[in-house]
Ligand binder design. Structure first.
Ligand code: ADP
Ligand code: ADP
Length: 231
């Protein structure tokens, strides 16, 4: 079965034009997609639907065999914790927790035994080059370091699906290159990856398929049957 099956979804916010307008998309397990398109084309709305953070007005969203569009908020939060890792442009770390506690949080929410969670957190922080910051608060770290911590948090529960929304969008070029390399390495692990990005180098190093949105629907897909030649 596909990792993600989106069938003909629409999303209309009150008083706004449709954010999504009849979008369908199927993603195989282990596939890595770059979602591109102009501002306002529906990229973030699409990621939110997959994560169960928002619901379509019509249509269905199936992730890992689960109809996420039918989950209530509590069930959706549980589903996210168990199966999805998320990386955001502005990191979304909790500023009143240390780096280590931020990374441990998903494991705690999932009920992972603490010794095992700690070993996993140490391994990830080491791998991502931020082990020496474990006791620090995120506010003391640079943007690139914060994003590496956020990547560690996203990977903590070994999610089958990784969602990233402009993960290099707030970073300088050196930090962006580091995060790019890390995401490419992480991606080699065979997780399914949905990556919203304007960073062409990131898309090139991480994604094997590019889906372009325009006006809330798929305008171009380098892989699927609706592909249209841009030239
Ligand atoms: P992108 O990520 O491609 O920039 P978005 O998914 O953020 O696009 O937005 C798609 C459209 O939906 C835009 O017109 C945006 O203004 C609108 N939109 C997104 N979120 C909301 C919201 N919470 N309320 C009203 N309109 C929204
Ligand atoms: P919620 O109940 O709204 O899902 P949580 O209390 O579970 O929020 O999460 C607290 C913080 O951890 C939030 O900032 C959220 O964005 C982040 N978070 C939750 N789940 C994940 C995840 N799977 N990957 C990355 N960050 C997450």
């Amino acid at each position: 079965p596909p990792a993600i099956a989106i069938h003909d979804i629409t999303k209309r916010y009150d008083g706004a034009a449709s954010a999504l307008a009849g979008l369908s998309l199927t993603v195989a397990p282990g596939e890595s997609l770059a979602i591109v398109g102009p501002s306002g084309s529906g990229k973030s709305t699409l990621l939110n639907m997959v994560a169960g953070l928002d619901r379509p007005s019509t249509g269905s969203v199936t992730v890992d065999g689960v109809r996420v569009d039918r989950l209530n908020e509590t069930a959706a939060a549980k589903f996210r914790r168990a199966r999805i890792g998320m990386i955001f442009q502005f990191f979304n770390l909790l500023d009143d927790l240390t780096v280590l506690d931020n990374v441990l949080l998903p494991a705690q929410l999932a009920g992972t035994p603490s010794a095992r969670a700690r070993a996993r957190a140490d391994e990830l922080l080491g791998y991502l080059g931020v082990a020496r910051h474990g006791g620090a608060y995120p506010g003391r770290l640079s943007g690139g370091e914060r994003q590496r911590v956020a990547v560690a948090r996203a990977l903590m529960n070994r999610p089958a699906l990784l969602l990233a929304d402009e993960p290099t969008g707030a970073l300088d070029s050196v930090a962006a290159a580091q995060v790019r390399d890390l995401l490419a390495a992480v991606n080699a692990d065979g997780q399914t990856l949905l990556l919203v990005t304007h960073d062409a180098a990131l898309a090139a190093s991480c994604a094997s398929r590019t889906v372009e949105l325009a006006d809330g629907t798929v305008a171009r897909d380098t892989h699927g049957s609706v592909a249209r030649d841009a030239e």
